[in-house]
Design a protein. Structure first.
Length: 635
């Protein structure tokens, strides 16, 4: 179509009047009279071309589909809301986690919203048909940009009861009559220092070294005493049944080669369980002194099957933790829990990233991507790495990212310090790195996306395994010289990501670069709404059903118009040539006539021009020649 239109444009341009100083040609003589007399023929030709174009489009162009892909029909388990919610607990969760985007009152005006390219809707803009169950599903599973911004899932950071409470609080904000708590007040109420640790993994302490207070504060360990272990129950909203108890015992040993075991080491046991809001609450604590042989024992520890217990002590300038015990695993009234303590180091030479996985979801129509990246650190030494200046591991995110957030898998973000160096976002962790594999760290961030984006990331440590996974239902692909395909992964039993991996370890300081882009299966455009979609579908259906007829009519009109124009062209050229020859001959013969003859010739010339037999340029040229000849008679 563009080629045809360009041809018509050049054709019309060729027919316009040229300056009088140029040589008169047959094309010029024909052009002006042709346009004046046959505009209807040109219109006929254009109509035919348009019809042919419509017929060709419906038969050869690919179908335009929505960029935001419709999800395949699935059977969704019924979500049943609990009988009641704790809106205050929901408010305390909403402010630090949701308000940065959605705003304190749910108006979509949070401080982070201004830097997001896609709109953050006000909660009140949702229709009356929404339910708290539906919002719980969005909080749990996330929302992948079908209507507005991409929202990450929170199921890996909040418990089910926490998600219900925050969903209920957000639902109540729709009416605008539930004020959100002050953000500083919500942040100033940290969860108790009872981070749950899997029994089969090396623990990661949640407190910083004792000489430097962490963001959440460092709890000092009471002085050693010769008295028997003392017990206390923390105040909770629920009564804790401590009728059933067990004995927790074990032996302390130094896990560092050449390390010694101190004497009179004070140990503390802490037991925590989730309350009715899904928040961890300390339900029991006790202290005792380690025996000379390193053994210890805590009696009358509450046997709550839903609780987790761990032992801690202050040694080598930091608070060190044992592995965690799931109290429900206790049998026969006792449990043996060995406790390894370590010397410390400030040398990061043995710190490595055992695995880092990147998950990318991007939509061209929204101009943005959502990226989740995991980091699993491992300490291959037999000393606890404590870093310097309350900074341990360094995590450098890719260039040009926004809305970056880092947290551990327990949902704690306070231990991380964020700085900006040019286009790079850098985080420093304050938690010590224990020997062996440590708990994972999750980073979330956004990056501009316009059909493709290049990701550049530098690593401060050797990366033993690095993979990138791109959303399959977006049709995304990855280009990178270092990568090769790997098995796809499915998250939340819903979204499948195609995998790419670097098959070898990445040395320290290496810069990894790859490009994520729309592939051939990526939708090509976005529909603007339901009514517009219906109208477009109806039009496409009509064109598809009648394309042969439209194509035939268009071709017929083009042929008819073209033949007529060709005929008229030849006819006009012949007539113009005859007029030019006659006029030129007459002017050459009579150009030296008397005054009366010259005046008569000018009159005849004027009549010829008025009758349309002379082109304006030819008329002006001959008339000027006659006037010049006539002027000589008056000299």
């Amino acid at each position: 179509m563009l080629i045809i239109a360009a041809g018509i444009f050049l054709f019309l341009v060729s027919a316009v009047k040229f300056p009088c100083s140029e040589k008169i040609t047959v094309r010029r003589i024909w052009g002006m009279s042709f346009l004046r007399r046959h505009l209807w023929a040109i219109a006929l030709l254009l109509i035919g071309i348009v019809l042919v174009g419509c017929g060709i489009q419906t038969s050869s162009e690919p179908e335009i589909v929505a960029t935001r892909m419709n999800r395949a029909a699935t059977v969704t388990p019924t979500i049943v809301a609990p009988a009641s919610f704790d809106l205050q607990a929901g408010a305390n969760l909403y402010v630090p986690n949701c308000a940065p985007c959605h705003g304190d009152l749910g108006l979509g005006d949070g401080p982070t919203a201004a830097s997001i390219s896609c709109p953050v809707p006000a909660l009140a803009e949702r229709g009356d048909d929404v339910t708290v169950e539906a919002w719980f599903g969005i909080v749990r599973d996330g929302k992948r940009g079908e209507e507005t911004c991409i929202m990450p899932p929170w199921s890996n950071r909040l418990s089910e009861s926490q998600m219900w409470n925050v969903a209920a609080y957000a639902f109540a904000l729709r009416d605008g009559n539930v004020p959100a708590p002050n953000a500083t007040e919500a942040v100033a109420q940290p969860l108790p220092d009872t981070t749950e640790e899997p029994a089969d993994s090396t623990p990661v302490p949640t407190e910083a070294p004792t000489e430097v207070s962490s963001a959440g504060g460092t709890e000092s360990t009471p002085a050693a005493t010769e008295e028997p272990a003392t017990t206390s129950l923390a105040a909770t909203d629920e009564a804790i049944d401590v009728t059933d108890t067990f004995t927790l015992e074990g032996t302390v040993s130094n896990g560092t080669s050449g390390g010694t075991l101190p004497t009179d080491l004070t140990l503390k046991v802490r037991v925590a369980a989730l309350d009715h809001n899904g928040l961890p609450q300390e339900i029991y604590s006790a202290e005792t002194t380690m025996a000379a042989d390193g053994s210890y024992s805590f009696d009358n520890v509450p046997l709550n099957p839903n609780a987790i217990a761990s032992v801690q002590t202050d040694y080598a300038g930091i608070t060190q933790f044992s592995q965690s015990l799931i109290v429900g695993d206790v049998v026969d009234g006792s449990y043996n829990l060995p406790f390894l303590i370590y010397e410390t180091t400030t040398d990061p030479v043995d710190i490595k990233i055992e695995a880092s996985d990147v998950y990318v979801d991007a939509v061209t129509a929204e101009g943005a991507s959502l990226i989740l990246q995991t980091f699993e650190f491992v300490n291959n030494s037999d000393r606890i790495y404590i870093g310097q200046d309350n900074r341990t591991v360094t995590i450098t995110l890719p260039n040009d990212v926004v809305n970056a957030r880092l947290e551990d898998f327990a949902g704690t973000a306070d231990r991380f310090e964020q700085i900006q160096e040019g286009t790079r976002t850098i985080f420093y962790d304050s938690a010590p790195v224990y020997p062996g594999k440590n708990d994972g760290i999750l980073a979330t961030y956004n990056k501009a996306y316009n059909g493709s984006m290049t990701v550049v990331q530098a690593f401060n440590y050797e990366v033993q395994a690095f993979s990138v996974f791109v959303a399959q239902d977006r049709g995304l692909e990855l280009d990178g010289d270092q990568f090769q395909p790997t098995d796809p992964r499915t998250l939340n039993n819903d979204v499948t990501y195609n995998g790419y991996t670097i098959p070898t370890a990445i040395p320290v300081g290496t810069v990894v670069q790859y490009t994520v882009k729309d592939g051939p299966n990526t939708p090509s455009s976005t529909t603007s709404g339901s009514s517009g979609t219906t109208s477009t579908d109806d039009e496409n259906s009509f064109l598809q059903d009648n394309r042969n007829f439209i194509l035939g009519i268009g071709i017929l009109l083009v042929v008819a118009g073209g033949m007529y124009m060709l005929y008229d062209l030849q006819k006009t050229r012949i007539l113009a040539g005859q007029r030019t020859t006659t006029t030129s001959t007459a002017s050459k013969v009579n150009i030296k006539g008397t005054r009366e003859e010259l005046i008569a010739q000018i009159a005849v010339l004027d009549e010829e021009y008025e009758a349309g037999n002379l082109d304006e340029e030819e008329y002006e040229t001959q008339r000027q020649a006659l006037k010049d000849a006539l002027r000589r008679h008056f000299k």
